[in-house]
Design a protein around this ligand. Structure first.
Ligand SMILES: Cc1cn([C@H]2C[C@H](O)[C@@H](COP(=O)(O)OP(=O)(O)O)O2)c(=O)[nH]c1=O
Length: 238
């Protein structure tokens, strides 16, 4: 039984879906990625879902998790913001705009610990791309952000969910949203634009960042993403 994020173990016995037909993929990364070839940062793969606040990352991650469990892909769920000891620090710092470098480093520290603590594939809610949006908005230079985060991008694949302003605002209206310094200040269009720029920048640097049309319904999109992740896992194992 893989180590799952607390609370989703029960999904392992759920309905079987289309990914059933995929070959069984079990703990294959253990042997492939266990050596440290990344300057001190262990490189178990990280697959992250990114995108503006309220676009629907959590729901998609739940659905993707269900599909991956059905396909016997071993993984842990993780979250950049709600990551162990860093969670309270990050949330506290994101409540004000007065310590942008501290927050940049706290969010990067959480990523470092996710990386160094990983023992299998990590399915992550937010990862490096977020910092190129929010810390950049708060005035931290892009080169600094890249220098600090570059080691954690190796072996990571990020799907950046994208919606136009109107669709995103409508989606936000349909669900409750926590407030913080950024959410109270970044305009919807600006947040989308910063994500576009972040994705383009990281792709130019050679990182695996894929922009995904989030207008599709969650069920269809999650099936597609889970199949893509399972195929990646399979490719890396053969
Ligand atoms: C991951 C990350 C988050 N944040 C902060 C800014 C965002 O307003 C906030 C979003 O966190 P969260 O409330 O978890 O996101 P969502 O709106 O998707 O539920 O976290 C950063 O400033 N830098 C980062 O690198």
């Amino acid at each position: 039984m893989p180590r799952f994020h607390p609370g989703i173990e029960h999904l392992a016995s759920g309905q079987r879906g289309s990914l059933d037909r995929a070959p069984k993929i079990l703990r294959i990364f253990q042997s492939m990625f266990s050596h440290d070839s990344n300057g001190g940062v262990a490189s178990f793969p990280i697959v992250a879902l990114e995108g503006p606040s309220g676009i629907g990352k959590s729901r998609l991650l739940d659905l993707i998790s269900e599909d991956l469990i059905r396909a016997d892909v071993a993984f842990d769920r993780c979250s950049n913001n709600d990551s162990g000891r860093w969670s309270a620090v990050i949330r506290d710092l994101a409540g004000a705009g007065d310590r942008p470098f501290t927050l940049a480093l706290a969010a990067a520290a959480a990523r470092a610990e996710l990386r160094e603590g990983a023992r299998q594939l990590q399915l992550c809610d937010r990862f490096v791309v977020s910092t190129f949006v929010y810390q950049r908005f708060a005035g931290v230079p892009i080169d600094y952000l890249y220098d600090v985060n570059r080691p954690f991008l190796k072996g990571s694949t990020t799907f950046v969910l994208r919606l136009g302003s109107e669709a995103l605002e409508e989606r936000r209206r349909s669900r409750p949203r926590k407030s913080d310094w950024f959410k109270d200040r970044i305009g919807t269009g600006e947040e989308i634009e910063l994500y576009d720029e972040a994705a383009a920048f990281l792709r130019t640097q050679g990182h695996d960042v894929r922009v995904v049309d989030a207008t599709l319904d969650a069920m269809t999109l999650s099936r597609q993403l889970a199949a893509e992740i399972a195929a990646m896992v399979q490719r890396n194992s053969s």
